[in-house]
Write a protein that binds this ligand. Sequence first.
Ligand code: DX5
Ligand code: ZN
Length: 218
Amino acid sequence: MVKIAPSILSADFSKLGEHVKRVEKGGAEFLHIDVMDGNFVPNISFGFPIMKAIRPLTDMVFDVHLMIEEPSRYIDEFVNAGADIITIHYEAERHLDRAIEYIKSKGVKVGVSLNPGTSTTLLKNVIKKLDMVLIMSVNPGFGGQKFIDYSLDKIKEIKEMARECGNNDLLIEVDGGIGKDNIKDVVLAGANVVVAGSAVFKEEKIEENIKGLREALA
Ligand code: DX5
Ligand code: ZN
């Protein structure tokens, strides 16, 4: 079953608590939390205090996407703030294997994300250790960008790599530029977790928009 992961980056932050509850009511399983440091990406979003504040409001899986340099410095804080899955960027962490092991040792799931220009082959040696691979289908930093088409090939490559190494439970998440028109394509390529920011929060019709995405999958 495909999971929908609304990205709160596109929520109205003045109503964040209400929007989080509406996302859950709309039937989303994951809440995608985009953390940006103004260094790894040219934008700053929010950090663990915000996560802590919304954690008591919902049982959804907190899917934390760290777009920060050297994310291993902050793993403890994100675990304490209620993360269920912590995804770090391949490009942001020099000691990737050590960071993966550290996140696992904290009892949360671990993901690694690839920017559009980063080859899937770079995950060959670590993919069997991972709970999730996050394929960025836009250059990270902002919501509302256009889907990069070659991401579909990368999803297929990761699916094949997971199969080859026997990681049958791997979550393959895709993030950026996904809406009703292309959600089915990413799922047919092999994604089982789909992030949607602007497509979910558009016109504040949150529940309706999530339903529309599910219908587009049918
Ligand atoms: C981009 C973020 C995405 C973004 C997706 O850096 O990682 O999660 O919020 O937004 P949409 O769905 O609008 O492209
Ligand atoms: Zn994201």
